[in-house]
Design a protein around this ligand. Structure first.
Ligand code: UGA
Length: 434
């Protein structure tokens, strides 16, 4: 994403990776994953010859700026796995060993505090024979792109964070962004490597906290007559100190970033002798939230054995085909375990779902086929096209019109009045007059 955005602004970009399958696709201007508008950007950059890819790390010798954007997965215990970071730092070091021009390495990957200083820097120095701050520059520059909005976020970031102990390197990177963003240049936070690294974790942990918080209030609202989380979220979101974003109650937060980063922050905290109770509760609240759809289904249907359940939405959020840590995965696994027959549909993630569930569930061609003959339908991802399913579609097609709105996409009054048995996250019971 970052690479095509740089290419679009006229920079010559070389993408270096070891994933030959992904490289092959990019060479043919085929995005290796789904992201709105990426195909269009990629075709432009590849056909203009301004963006090329290779698995040859020595290609980095020619570069002026090198962005490390490798994945940082978590180990079994939740701590960060720096294998790719180490390998890449070594490869960068080797590639710049014999170069004579100024080269700046920028750590974009999400890494725990201290990684740039104590892992990346010594490895580049060892392999290059050069010294940071003299022979090469090193900056930390976390990114805040959202899947599904990544190209927009890359072009119009809210801020740019630059961590470095080397003023020349930091200035060079800031100038690069100034030229890139022109009049849209956002505020810059110039700081230490460690602040930049911790700031990224704090950002994702705060977003996760906001969602777990609103889900907690949603659970209280569900037990409170006449309460509705939608109105509560709107009301508190209007407080400028709180803001309206990330207050959408649902089946919890997932994806490739929030879950792993929040866990890595907990593990990192242990290494600095701190027990982050709040962040740990944010995680457990999220794990429990996933079970809300199952509880609602059991409440209406009793045993789920032999019941046909339609799952609308598999991706961890709309606008992506990514199913990493998606709410749909543990939900479907539990439905299968309880003997339900699952039909699933997603506008983008069906191929990924097939790799996970194989023949254990059936895959529908569209949302209406998914609800055909179902005893219950669960909305797991808030794709726009699910909002277009009318009450009569549910009534005519389902065996019984039980809908669990796990993302609050339906108008409760309209769907309930039409005869849908709607169970919505964060919606309390209607109080009877005394
Ligand atoms: C997240 C951050 O939002 C980005 O700023 C960051 O750059 C990125 O991680 C990263 O570290 O690379 P992303 O993983 O694309 O981006 O997903 P989000 O948009 O944050 O959504 C995460 C989850 O929260 C989704 O499952 C979504 O359904 C859920 N969510 C979001 C809610 O349940 N309620 C909300 O109000 C918002």
């Amino acid at each position: 994403m970052t690479a095509v955005c740089f290419a679009r602004k006229g920079h010559e970009v070389v993408g270096i990776d070891t994933d030959l399958d992904a490289l092959g696709k990019i060479q043919k201007a085929e995005p290796p994953f789904f992201e709105p508008r990426l195909k269009e950007y990629l075709v432009e950059a590849v056909t203009e010859g301004i963006f090329a890819v290779t698995d040859d790390a020595s290609a980095n010798a020619r570069s002026e700026l090198t962005f490390m954007a490798v994945g940082t997965p978590v180990c079994e215990d939740g701590s960060i796995d720096l294998t790719h970071i180490r390998n890449t730092a070594e490869a960068i070091g080797r590639s710049i060993r014999d170069t004579t021009h100024y080269q700046l390495t920028v750590v974009k990957s999400t890494v725990t505090p201290g990684t740039a200083r104590t892992v990346v820097r010594p490895l580049i120095e060892r392999e290059s024979g050069k010294t940071a701050g003299m022979g090469f520059g090193l900056c930390s520059n976390p990114e805040f792109l959202r899947e599904g909005n990544a190209l927009h976020d890359a072009e119009f970031p809210d801020r740019i964070v630059i961590g470095s102990e080397d003023a020349v390197a930091a200035k060079k990177l800031e100038s690069f962004y100034e030229e890139l963003h022109g009049e849209h240049m956002p505020p810059v936070v110039r700081t230490t490597h460690e602040n930049a690294e911790l700031l990224k974790y704090a950002n994702n942990a705060f977003l996760a906290t906001k969602i777990s918080f609103i889900n907690t209030i949603a659970n209280i609202a569900e037990r409170t007559p006449n309460a509705d989380i939608q109105t509560i979220a709107r009301g508190i979101g209007l407080d400028e100190r709180i803001g309206p974003e990330f207050l959408k109650a649902g089946l919890g937060w997932g994806g490739p970033c929030l879950p792993k980063d929040v866990k890595a922050l907990v593990e990192f905290s242990k290494t600095v002798n701190y027990n982050p109770e709040l962040i740990k509760s944010v995680i457990t609240t999220n794990e429990e939230q996933n079970g809300r759809a199952l509880q609602a289904a059991r409440k209406v249907l009793g045993s789920l054995k032999g019941k046909r359940i339609g799952i609308l939405g598999l991706a961890f959020k709309p606008g992506t085909d990514d199913m990493r840590e998606a709410a749909s995965v543990p939900l479907i696994q539990e439905l299968i375990r309880e003997g339900a027959s699952v039909a699933a549909y997603d506008p983008a993630a069906l191929d990924n779902a097939r790799k996970i569930f194989r023949n254990d569930i059936s895959y529908s061609r569209d949302s209406l086929e998914c609800i055909d003959g179902a005893d219950c339908c669960i909305i797991v991802t808030d794709w726009d096209e699910f909002k277009a399913i009318a009450p009569k579609d549910f009534i005519e097609r389902m065996r019984c019109p039980v809908v669990i709105d796990g993302r609050r996409i339906y108008d409760v009054d309209r769907y309930s009045k039409a005869g849908i048995r709607l169970s919505a996250i964060g919606l309390g019971p209607v109080a009877r007059s005394p």
